[in-house]
Design a protein around this ligand. Structure first.
Ligand code: A2P
Length: 266
C-alpha cells in the first residue's frame, strides 16, 4: 500500500519593511511589501517574525491591520520587554526583512457572522489590529448597516493608532464616502483621567453607557453582531455579555451573531 505524501506546509516568505511608526514606548505599527499572491480576508491573522541566528524563523500570530485591497501589509504590535520576538521586532527599520507565512486564517471575518444590522468591533489594546483592516474594507459596509468600533486602553496615548486609522478612513478619497454616516468610533481609558468615557468596555456595556454613547438600544439578537478582540480575560467577560444578550457564537463553518479572537503577543 502506498500512502499519499502529506501536503507540504507553505514556505515562509521574506518581506521588506517599508515603514515603521512608534506610538508609545510599547506600541508601534509597521508596513511591509505584500508578497505576490498573498491573499486574505479582512480580519485574519498570519504568522510573522524574524530569522534567528540559528537559521530558524521565530514566528508569532499577527493580525493583518491593512485591508485586503491594500498593496502593502500593515501590522500593529506591542513591545513586550524581553519578549523574544517583539523586543527585536520593535527595532526594525525600513529595508529590513521580516518573515511571513502565507495562508492567513482567523475567525474575525464577516463570513462568520450573519449579515445585516449593526456590527460592533470591540477591542482592547492591540486587539484593534484586525478591526483596522475591517473598517477599511468597503465590502463590510455592504454587509452591515452600521459599524461601531470600540477600543479601550489604559491611557489616551494608547488610543492614537485607532484614532489615526479612523481619521484616515473618514478622510480617504474613496472610502470616506462609503463610510460616511455608517462608521462610529467610541473609545475609553481605564487608568488616567479622560474628558470622554472612562472604564472597561465590559462595565460600559453593563451600565448602558456604551449604548448611550452610540445612541443605540442594548444588544439584541435581531439587530446586533459583535466581534471581540483583546486579552483572554477581556474576551471571556465580553463573550459572557454577548451570551447574556442572547447572541450566539459564529464560525467560518456556521455563521452566528458574535465571534472572538485573542490579541496575540509574544
Ligand atoms: P484595566 O486598566 O482596568 O485593567 P492590557 O493592557 O492589560 O491588555 O489592558 C488593555 C485594556 O483592557 C485596559 O484598559 C484594561 O483595563 C482592559 N481590560 C483588562 N482586562 C479586562 C477585562 N477582563 N474586561 C474588560 N476590559 C479589560
Amino acid at each position: 500500500m502506498t500512502t499519499a505524501p502529506r501536503p507540504k506546509a507553505p514556505a515562509p516568505l521574506g518581506e521588506t519593511v517599508l515603514s515603521v511608526k512608534h506610538y508609545t514606548d510599547s506600541l508601534f505599527s509597521f508596513r511591509t511589501a505584500r508578497p505576490a499572491g498573498f491573499r486574505f480576508r479582512s480580519g485574519e491573522f498570519a504568522m510573522l517574525g524574524l530569522m534567528q541566528e540559528s537559521g530558524k524563523p521565530l514566528l508569532r500570530a499577527y493580525s493583518i491591520a491593512s485591508p485586503n485591497w491594500d498593496d502593502a501589509l500593515e501590522f500593529y504590535s506591542i513591545k513586550v520587554p524581553n519578549g523574544p520576538l517583539t523586543s527585536r521586532l520593535a527595532k526594525i527599520v525600513p529595508g529590513d526583512e521580516i518573515i511571513l507565512k502565507p495562508r492567513p486564517t482567523g475567525t474575525l471575518v464577516a463570513d462568520a457572522l450573519i449579515p445585516g444590522g449593526t456590527l460592533w468591533l470591540v477591542s482592547t489594546g492591540t486587539g484593534i489590529a484586525p478591526f483596522a483592516s475591517i473598517v477599511r474594507d468597503p465590502e463590510i459596509y455592504e454587509r452591515f448597516d452600521r459599524i461601531i468600533l470600540t477600543q479601550t486602553c489604559r491611557t489616551r496615548a494608547e488610543l492614537q493608532y485607532g484614532n489615526d486609522i479612523v481619521a484616515e478612513t473618514l478622510n480617504h478619497e474613496l472610502l470616506g464616502e462609503i463610510v460616511a454616516g455608517k462608521l462610529a468610533h467610541i473609545t475609553s481609558v481605564t487608568r488616567e483621567p479622560t474628558g470622554g468615557l472612562a472604564g472597561r468596555v465590559t462595565n460600559l456595556i453593563e451600565s448602558g453607557a456604551l449604548f448611550d454613547a452610540a445612541g443605540t438600544p442594548p444588544w439584541s439578537p435581531e439587530r446586533d453582531r459583535v466581534m471581540i478582540c483583546g486579552s483572554a480575560a477581556m474576551i471571556a467577560d465580553t463573550k459572557a455579555l454577548c451570551e447574556r444578550a442572547g447572541l450566539t457564537e459564529g464560525s467560518n463553518a456556521k455563521p452566528g451573531l458574535f465571534v472572538v479572537e485573542k490579541a496575540f503577543v509574544g
